[in-house]
Design a protein around this ligand. Structure first.
Ligand code: MN
Length: 537
């Protein structure tokens, strides 16, 4: 790879998904991975396989089905983690294991406080150094493409950082990531850090140095770019900047900075900027995180000129107030809204642009669904389309329970009451239950709980409208748990009560399937709980 080519490492599916409430289902992850491949990213970090059966399955399916980018899986510097990553990636043609361990004094003193790691800071550093070496060596038994991250490198002693980086390069690490895990660094410091490491170690030209910046001080993109100027050639980033806490460096901002200021940087990526906006839409739909209107590149107002003097200038010459064009990043100003009179061609070309691929044999059915929605809604926009065509993939192939009927009554001065009829598809028994509650959803969920005997807690319920207007789609996300793994359910409808019922049933079906699957239960009890003994990068 030439020295002016920047590797774009997308971690929307791993670090991005770690954002509280951003959980995506396996089919959503798979669809997003296909879209990221279209977009032209070089590496997709698909998940952290040991952390849950869902993460394991997502990595496995992405490796099997998505062509183009290198598929990467995360692992702590532990044998069990690396084995899980290696087996999730099995059979892939371009795969990478990304292993990490904390190196800063504060992490060493707290995460490795146990005396088995050593009693002094010096001893702990030696233990972590040898754990890193063992991890990279073990990862190399699965693939030649191994990335090592020194977690909290931004606050790590630089001499020690250079020592550990040299040690892992010597045993075969091919990418060295220097994360500013806490988003603490200022741009010149971060550039110095990258430069110090690159100059302080002996590495062949094939070893790539990488940035991984968090946005706690709003500097993630700026730090990533200064890392490039100091010699890094991989940027770890996410669509819409989603991620832990304040998030990661936003992919679209990094790519467009390199693109618009190409003469300044003299660097380029393999990303097709015209797909930035559709990809951003997909991520905000799947995670439920709306993009703020003033967000650079992909915000609704990023190309809107409001002040008269600006409008006048843009009409005379767009370059007066625009450094790039909306259509360059896929925010097409001419984009028309679809309605019931839009033809098949209009619908399918729009879906294609949104990364939704419909097979020839399914087109008639999809068009019928579109017409049906158009009857209920005057105008259909991109968010509606993404919703309409992905949500049924949440429904499982073989659900355990099905909601045959529901009825909810609400009104002033009357306690909300719900009646449900649920069929147990295993035993074919049908149960009718009634309940009252604090509101219509509470009543509905209580009635479903009576009908479905799965002990669990409702961890989170959220509803949001997908587009404008009172006829908008309401999308409901539900998270339920049973003291360990969490199960998500999503559904959308123009009827928010119906969407709430369906989302809850989907989550309950995932839980029921999990309980039936003994293997996953053992997987959880043996491996996963320990996976959370230390926080993730
Ligand atoms: Mn991170």
């Amino acid at each position: 790879m030439s020295s002016d080519r920047v590797i774009i490492f997308d971690t929307s599916l791993r670090d991005g998904e770690q954002a509280p409430g951003a959980a995506m289902t396996v089919p959503e992850k798979l669809q997003l991975a296909h879209q990221l491949a279209q977009l032209g990213v070089d590496v997709i970090e698909a998940g952290f396989p040991i952390s849950s059966p869902g993460q394991f399955e997502a990595v496995q399916r992405i490796v099997a089905e998505v062509e183009g980018p290198t598929i990467c899986a995360l692992a702590r510097a532990k044998k069990a983690d690396i084995d899980a990553a290696g087996s999730a990636l099995e059979g892939g043609s371009n795969t990478r294991i990304h292993t990490f361990i904390a190196t800063s004094d504060i992490h060493l003193e707290s995460k490795f406080a146990d005396p088995r790691y050593g009693s002094t800071l010096e001893e702990k550093r030696e233990t972590v150094l040898s754990m890193a070496i063992e991890a990279v060596k073990h990862a190399r038994t699965y693939t030649d493409d191994v990335e090592f991250s020194a977690e909290d490198a931004g606050r790590t002693d630089t001499d020690y950082l250079c020592r550990i980086v040299q040690a892992v390069i010597d045993v075969g690490a091919t990418t060295i990531n220097i994360p500013d895990t806490t988003g603490y660094c200022i741009t010149d410091e971060y550039a110095d850090l990258i430069r110090t490491v690159i100059e302080g170690v002996n590495a062949s030209d094939d070893v790539i140095f990488s940035t991984h910046c968090h946005d706690d001080l709003g500097l993630a993109v700026a730090n990533s770019l200064s890392g490039l100027q100091a010699g890094a050639r991989q940027i770890e980033c996410t669509i819409n900047g989603i991620g832990e806490r304040a998030g990661n460096a936003s992919l679209e901002e990094v790519v467009m900075a390199l693109n618009v200021r190409a003469p300044h940087f003299g660097l380029h990526t393999g990303v097709n900027p015209r797909l930035l906006f559709p990809t951003s839409k997909m991520v905000s739909t799947f995670t439920g995180f709306k993009v703020q209107p003033n967000k650079a590149i992909i915000g609704k107002n990023a190309f809107a000129h409001e002040a008269g003097i600006h409008q006048d200038g843009v009409l005379k010459n767009r370059e007066t107030y625009e450094i790039m064009r909306a259509e360059d990043v896929g925010q097409d100003p001419e984009s028309i809204r679809l309605g019931r009179h839009s033809g098949r061609h209009g619908l399918f070309s729009r879906l294609e642009r949104l990364g939704i691929r419909i097979e020839e044999k399914d087109k008639a059915e999809v068009y019928a669904k579109f017409v049906d929605l158009a009857d209920r809604k005057k105008e259909i926009n991109d968010s509606d389309l993404i919703n309409l065509f992905h949500h049924e993939e949440h429904t499982m192939d073989t659900p355990h329970y099905s909601l045959e009927k529901f009825h909810v009554t609400v009104g002033s001065g009357q306690e909300p009451e719900a009646t449900v009829v649920v069929r147990d598809l295993q035993s074919e028994s049908v149960t009718e239950q009634k309940a009252t509650g604090d509101g219509p959803i509470d009543a509905l969920y209580r009635a479903i709980d009576h009908a479905v005997d799965e002990g669990h807690d409702l961890v989170n319920y959220s509803i949001r409208s997908v587009s404008e207007g009172s006829d908008s789609f309401g999308e409901v996300s539900v998270l339920i748990g049973m003291g360990g793994p969490l199960f998500a359910g999503k559904a959308s409808s123009t009827d928010v009560i119906e969407a709430s019922a369906q989302a809850y049933m989907n989550a309950l079906n995932s839980l029921a399937a999990f309980r039936l699957d003994k293997e996953s239960i053992e997987f959880v009890s043996s491996g996963i709980m320990q996976a959370f003994e230390s926080p993730k990068d």
